[in-house]
Design a binder for this molecule. Structure first.
Ligand code: HAM
Length: 429
């Protein structure tokens, strides 16, 4: 007797994608690869697991991600602190440095896959989610910042997604942020009475994030805080103008949002987010920006870089609302047979059909014609091919169209010589 076993379910905030729901994922992945290739971006794959210190240093010790959202553990064998990637950028930069990728030229790269953050799950917010991450490594100018944004604008158009707005800000350079930081801390000190516990705790470690608080009691204070933009020098302003001019050239509208600071510490100069009202509380579809200091910070030879990541679940939610996705049928042709010999012939014919690019399922095992037809129908196939005793002896196959528009053609079944089958189906399916 088997011992009783407590059933296992998926972890909170981590979702299964079942076969009926996977077609939109695959379609999106394919569309995204074609779109990225059209701008010269190449795929790169880095491990899910990295040393914790990579993310702590890269993303920043005093960020929500590093402070409380990472899935980290100590490896039993090496005693090393490891973390499931909460984003791609740090790992991509680690790999770039490790393989000396920037020694002779800059690179346009992308990665796609799961990332992990221990957040409170809700619509659009998961603990395992998927990102399309795009990085332009070794490029300094505003032209490439604009290229990324123009690319994204094209993706929304390809996917038929309306109502995604662009928000833009500049975080300047480290010294400009330091000057702003002192002014901001001074301002927060003056408004101590309205700060909540979290804000008071953070005002000296990460004062910019205090302005990001959702606490309604702090909104007035946050709105009137000295904006970082006022502390930007000439070069930072010129970079920002360079991005804006190119967006104007491309006819892309944006809103300057001085409060846009992003939740990761590596950014400088341009930062941006694409947001929508169609996703409830989690309306940010894509976030990114320039991170010129990160390669240096992680031990590489200093080099500029800029990138973004799109949340795939959020993007798919939007595609679903736009009615762009549909479940894919299991196959186009479903082969029904009646005997062992007929099944063997069906397998051979199926291979010929696959040679012609058709998707084919041969009914597995045996079963009455009725039950096999039921399976054929449920598979979503356009046509069932029947190899019964009569067909086998006469060298023919019967075809029954399962999804024709009119009832007349749907009930119709015709028998044709086996050698004509491949040509017939190739033409009609
Ligand atoms: P991020 O803003 O942390 O940026 O994440 C990018 C996108 O991932 C978000 O805009 C959102 O669509 C999605 N996302 C974030 N958290 C969740 C979640 N818990 N559940 C579902 N979707 C989520 C980054 O990760 C940076 N590495 C982007 C970047 C690349 N910057 C430069 N290069």
């Amino acid at each position: 007797m088997t011992q009783s076993f407590q059933k296992v379910h998926a972890l909170t905030g981590m979702k299964d994608v079942l076969p009926d729901a996977s077609a939109p994922w695959e379609q999106l992945e394919q569309t995204v690869r074609t779109w990225l290739a059209s701008y010269g971006y190449r795929n790169m794959r880095t491990p899910v697991l990295e040393y914790t210190r990579l993310f702590a240093r890269g993303i920043g010790e005093v960020t929500d991600i590093v402070e409380k959202e990472m899935y980290s553990f100590t490896d039993a064998l090496s005693d090393e602190a490891l973390t499931m990637r909460p984003e791609f950028t740090a790992g991509m930069v680690r790999a770039t440095i490790e393989h000396n990728m920037l020694y002779d030229r800059a690179h346009r790269v992308y990665a796609m896959g799961p990332v992990f953050r221990r957040e409170k799950p809700q619509r659009g917010r998961y603990r395992q989610f998927h990102q399309i991450d795009v990085e332009a490594l070794g490029f300094a100018g505003p032209d490439i910042d604009a290229e990324l944004i123009v690319m994204l604008n094209r993706l929304w158009a390809i996917l038929g997604l309306p109502d995604i707005r662009l928000e833009l800000n500049s975080l300047g350079q480290a010294d400009e942020r330091a000057a702003h930081r002192s002014a901001l801390i001074q301002y927060l000190e003056q408004h101590r009475d309205v700060l909540d516990g979290e804000a008071t705790r953070r005002m000296h470690t990460n004062p910019l994030r205090v302005l990001d608080s959702k606490n309604p009691a702090m909104q007035d204070m946050a709105n009137n805080a000295p904006p970082l933009f006022d502390f930007l020098g000439e070069a930072s302003r010129a970079h920002f103008d360079g991005v804006c001019h190119r967006l104007d050239d491309a006819g892309i509208a944006y809103r300057m949002n001085p409060r846009l600071v992003r939740g990761l510490d590596y950014y400088n100069l341009t930062v941006f987010e694409w947001v929508t009202d169609r996703l409830g509380a989690q309306g940010t579809v894509c976030g990114g920006g320039r991170y010129d200091g990160l390669i240096d910070l992680l031990g590489g030879k200093p080099a500029p870089a800029v990138g973004f990541a799109i949340g795939m679940e959020r993007l798919l939610d939007l595609c679903d609302q736009a009615g762009e996705s549909s479940a894919q049928a299991e196959c186009q042709v479903y082969m029904i047979h009646q005997s062992d010999d007929a099944q063997r012939r069906a397998c051979r014919v199926a291979e010929q059909l696959r040679d012609e690019g058709l998707r084919v399922i041969v009914h597995a095992g045996s079963g009455s014609f009725k039950s096999q037809f039921k399976r054929a129908d449920a598979s979503g196939a356009a046509v069932a091919v029947i190899l019964g005793a009569d067909e086998l002896s006469s060298g023919t196959a019967s075809i029954k169209w399962l999804r024709a528009q009119s009832l007349e053609t749907r009930v119709q079944q015709e028998t044709i010589p086996l050698e004509r089958l491949v040509t017939e189906l190739k033409l009609k399916v």
